[in-house]
Design a binder for this molecule. Structure first.
Ligand code: ADP
Ligand code: MG
Length: 147
């Protein structure tokens, strides 16, 4: 059986590389409050559901780790919400129900191969999240708005 895990917080500013360098925006949340969760789950690429407080619940594919291609020194949590938004949503409350693991973190010899891999990850996430096994967590209570 699947054991989802949960993290969340306000969307914070990262290095701004997602959209600008990769064409792939990632809504970063702070890793500081989740050292336990992060120590229990390996770095890598995950998928699941993302609730943006004022907007809705969306599919997401997410990197957790040090982004070896960019040589980061701090672990980042970076979900890409699989939806087209008209505007940024920095500061908004984002809740994540993480239901599956795709692969460990990897380095890439070129930006193109990194981008290609992320799109492969997205396709895997899109396909998995329509399966009943994973789709049911769209209604997870962690993603419900407070009454
Ligand atoms: P940063 O390094 O500040 O995270 P990014 O280049 O990764 O910058 O862009 C992320 C920002 O883009 C998010 O914080 C959010 O406000 C916005 N954004 C727009 N569309 C999306 C999306 N589909 N998924 C994630 N973030 C998005
Ligand atoms: Mg980002």
């Amino acid at each position: 059986p699947i054991e989802p895990w949960y993290i969340g917080g306000p969307v914070i500013k990262g290095f701004g590389r997602g959209s600008k360098v990769l064409g792939i925006p990632t809504a970063n949340i702070s890793a500081k409050n989740f050292s336990t969760e992060l120590s229990e789950h390996p770095s890598g690429v995950y998928f699941g559901w993302a609730k943006l407080s004022t907007r809705g619940v969306y599919k997401m594919v997410m990197s957790i780790g040090w982004n070896p291609y960019f040589n980061n020194t701090e672990k980042t949590i970076e979900p890409w919400l699989l939806h087209d938004f008209d505007e940024d949503f920095y500061g908004e409350e984002l809740h994540l129900a993480i239901v599956g693991y795709i692969r460990p973190e990897a380095n890439f010899s070129s930006l193109e191969s990194l981008i290609e891999k992320i799109h492969e990850d997205r396709k895997i996430a899109e396909a998995a999240l329509v399966l009943p096994l994973y789709s049911k967590y769209k209604d997870d209570k962690y993603l419900r708005s407070p009454a």
